[in-house]
Ligand binder design. Structure first.
Ligand SMILES: [Fe+2]
Ligand SMILES: [Fe+2]
Length: 291
């Protein structure tokens, strides 16, 4: 432990305690549900922004697991060790469900293999080995902060109501579990390398990676849309001029700005934002709080 890292017990005193992390097998009925190609507001652009984020998840979540696993043996606190195991289980399940949804995208006619292979090769075969383990963990902690912020946004806005019901279920379940396990990677990072500079470097690299790969995946899917004959100008025009979409864009930018500022506070901890109740209420509403 470094000088700036505090013992877990001291940190958690004034903070809301994170809930136990339960692993839930979902098995969403993607194939049987007749999910339309444009499952988000019937709009190609809005849908592909959502699909593009999903394309990043399974490989990204496997990277998160590897990053934490590298340091698992150094963690002595039994409670954190149990939370780490729950984190592996939840991230593994998320990847599994999004992977299953990829088969739907392929059945709908989208070619996603090229993008997935490029992403895997560049991000995880070429870049990952060049990044020191502490920075990989720091990138993971930062991205977990963003997935929790996006999860919070998903569960507190009605924007997802415009998605196909099965995708709503997928996204809200993922959102709730991101909130449940949001402190795990950060707590491990604090235990093994609590230096502020490492945290900020992870934030910068994580942000660059998320925005670049998300943009690349969106570009690929929009090219697929054009190939399949979608009226791209009409779709883009609707996205740019519909007040609901403009408002959501602003809300998202505010959310990211707020998340970045919070993370830059030297005293930051994921549990400072006590939104565990939001996750709990949702999981309770679908009868899955206790897995
Ligand atoms: Fe996840
Ligand atoms: Fe996560």
């Amino acid at each position: 432990m470094t000088m700036s890292a505090q013992p877990l017990e001291a940190r958690s005193e004034a903070r809301p305690s994170a809930p136990p992390i339960r692993v839930r097998a979902m098995g969403f009925p993607f194939r049987e549900s007749g999910i339309p190609r444009h499952w988000f507001y019937g709009n190609a652009h809005i849908t592909q922004l959502g699909n593009a984020l999903q394309l990043l998840f399974p490989a990204g979540e496997r990277f998160f697991i590897r990053s934490v696993k590298h340091y698992e043996d150094q963690i002595r606190d039994p409670e954190l060790r149990a939370r780490i195991r729950g984190f592996y289980g939840q991230e593994g399940r998320h990847g599994h469900e999004h992977d299953r949804f990829f088969r739907v995208l392929e059945a709908q006619g989208y070619e996603i293999e090229t993008l997935l292979n490029w992403y895997q090769e560049l991000a995880y075969a070429r870049l990952e080995p060049r990044v020191p383990p502490a920075l990989r963990l720091s990138i993971t902690a930062a991205l977990e902060h963003f997935t929790a912020a996006m999860g919070h946004n998903a569960l507190t806005s009605d924007f997802l109501d415009g998605a196909h019901p099965v995708i709503q279920d997928l996204m809200r379940w993922h959102a709730a579990e991101e909130i449940e396990h949001k402190s795990v990677a950060f707590d491990v990072l604090q235990e093994v390398d609590g230096r502020y500079v490492v945290r900020v470097a992870g934030l910068a690299l994580g942000l660059i990676a998320l925005t670049r790969f998300w943009a690349a995946a969106t570009k690929h899917l929009l090219a697929e849309e054009a190939r399949m004959g979608t009226d791209m100008e009409a779709s883009a025009g609707i996205m740019r001029t519909t007040p609901r979409f403009i408002e959501e864009g602003k809300r998202r930018r505010r959310m990211f700005g707020k998340a970045i500022l919070a993370y830059l506070k030297p005293s930051f901890h994921p549990s400072d934002e006590d939104d565990y109740g939001i996750a709990r209420d949702y999981l309770e509403s679908i009868g899955r709080l206790d897995a």
